[in-house]
Ligand binder design. Structure first.
Ligand SMILES: CC(C)(COP(=O)(O)OP(=O)(O)OC[C@H]1O[C@@H](n2cnc3c(N)ncnc32)[C@H](O)[C@@H]1OP(=O)(O)O)[C@@H](O)C(=O)NCCC(=O)NCCS
Length: 438
């Protein structure tokens, strides 16, 4: 018992430490978190509330969007009429929608108000802001049927929501909107959440799915918007199929990351947000990034990335002429037509080794994994040439390489022709990585 207790304690400590970078990264960021009315009927809904409380405590600016589908259906007497998947909301159903929204909202506010000492909410003192933040318009007549009080989002009161978030409050949006004519319209939670995320420029939009994708044994953990578009055609009906189009829309309109998380997995939200692998599906914008071998036209772009580093002495100076001669050894990372990173590979086939040099990413594009991607590209190219070791000479970036599997070596370990050129004044550190080929 004691042993397993120790094991748990060690796992807890490891996990907590590993969460630190995420805690730094999330502070002050805006997340829109959407969950259906079904989520609230689950016994473990309170755990989601605890996780919301935790994100709030970590300084995440939270906008919650709740649904009411089962709560409305429960109140409706007869069969609802649907047109292209949208329910027609007549005057009577609208009363049920208002009733359900009111009651669900109060329930959520009450759960977020808990502050009992024996719960994770102890000391929380959360303020929840809700109100007329969503303006709606009628969806109109579809296929000859008037959808009546079924509406569409017209506008999100971005400035007002930001004010509340600035004041440390959690904003709670319901799937209803108000019009300038004083009417109320029934909206879908996914539409409200998507619009809110886009208009607020949210850093993340998170959909809690009531059920995972039954067709897949394991959810696909990462998708670009265009991969998601292709996948959509193959998906069976279900939550994934319902939410994915909204995830794609949000990505295309500037939301950096959309997460689809299965409510059935215990702690899914935390695992998705605080671990690298996650447990749900993350959709990101299709990037127009291209890591490729360099051509002569890239010389100017490469110089603009490396020249400032040469001035600082981080990289050894290379003339334009030398760069032009060696351009065939370079790889570049091009983003929207701009060269944002580069790296060179100089093979020494007799020594079964290659030198990686001139690895650089323009400052404003750092910390996006581009250094890693460039390193992976040269490693692959070296492996393809049957080379077993990759060298790098660096003065200031030793740790970056060590963290990526390089180990300290010395000038004597360099291939002979390279050793002959070693600059003893510069005294660069020599690091080597085994590429695992014979
Ligand atoms: C090293 C470099 C290429 C990394 O590019 P990048 O696109 O930011 O790389 P990644 O996003 O893959 O990695 C970023 C991580 O490396 C870390 N890092 C950056 N420079 C570092 C250094 N000198 N020492 C240790 N770690 C460093 C960052 O802190 C970041 O860590 P985090 O994600 O834990 O916060 C970039 O910082 C650069 O151009 N540096 C100047 C040129 C240079 O030193 N080149 C190597 C000499 S050959």
């Amino acid at each position: 018992m004691a042993k397993s207790g120790e094991h748990n304690a060690a796992a807890y400590v490891d996990w907590f430490r590993a969460a630190a970078p995420y805690i730094h990264a999330f502070r002050g960021k805006t997340f829109v978190l959407a969950f259906g009315g079904d989520a609230m009927l689950r016994e473990d809904f309170v755990d989601l509330v605890y996780d919301i409380n935790l994100l709030n405590a970590l300084g995440v600016r939270l906008v919650l969007v709740h649904g009411v589908r089962p709560q409305v259906e429960e109140r409706l007497a007869g069969e609802a009429q649907y047109v292209r998947g949208r329910r027609v909301t007549d005057a009577e159903s609208l009363e049920h929608v208002k009733d359900a929204v009111g009651s669900v909202r109060v329930d959520i506010e009450s759960l977020l108000s808990v502050g009992l000492p024996n719960t994770p909410m102890a000391g929380a003192d959360i303020r929840v802001a809700s109100g007329n933040y969503v303006t709606a318009q009628p969806a109109g007549v579809v296929d000859g049927v008037d959808l009546l009080f079924t509406g569409e989002v017209r506008k999100i009161a971005v400035a007002a929501i930001r004010d509340r978030l600035d004041g440390g409050e959690i904003v709670l949006l319901s799937p209803i909107g108000y019009s300038a004519t004083g009417e109320v319209f029934n909206l879908t939670l996914e539409e409200v959440a998507t619009h809110a995320a886009i208009d607020l420029g949210a850093d993340k939009l998170i959909f809690i799915l009531d059920h995972g994708d039954d067709a897949a044994d394991k959810p696909i953990s990462r998708l670009t918007a265009s991969q998601a578009q292709r996948l959509l055609k193959e998906l069976p009906d279900g939550d994934m199929k319902l939410y994915l189009p909204h995830a794609i829309q949000a990505c295309k309109k500037g939301v950096a990351k959309v997460h689809l998380v299965n409510a059935e997995v215990d702690g899914a939200l935390l695992l998705e947000l605080f671990t690298h692998e996650g447990v749900g599906t993350m959709v990101t914008r299709q990037s127009v990034e291209n890591l490729r071998p360099a051509g002569i036209d890239d010389v100017g772009g490469i110089l603009s990335v490396i020249e400032p580093l040469e001035h600082d002495g981080v990289l050894v100076r290379r003339s334009r002429e030398r760069l032009e001669q060696e351009i065939g050894q370079f790889f570049v990372d091009e983003l929207d037509g701009l060269i944002v990173g580069c790296v060179a590979l100089y093979p020494f086939p007799e020594a079964g080794a290659a030198e990686m040099a001139c690895l650089a990413v323009a400052p404003e594009f750092r910390r996006g994994g581009r250094g890693d991607a460039l390193l992976a590209a040269v490693e692959e190219a070296a492996r393809a040439q049957g080379l077993a070791r990759l060298f790098v000479l660096t003065t200031r970036t030793t740790h970056w390489f060590i963290e990526r599997g390089f180990v300290a070596a010395g000038p004597d370990d360099l291939p002979a022709p390279r050793k002959a050129m070693y600059n003893w004044q510069r005294r660069s550190k020599v690091l080597v990585k085994s590429l695992g080929v014979a």
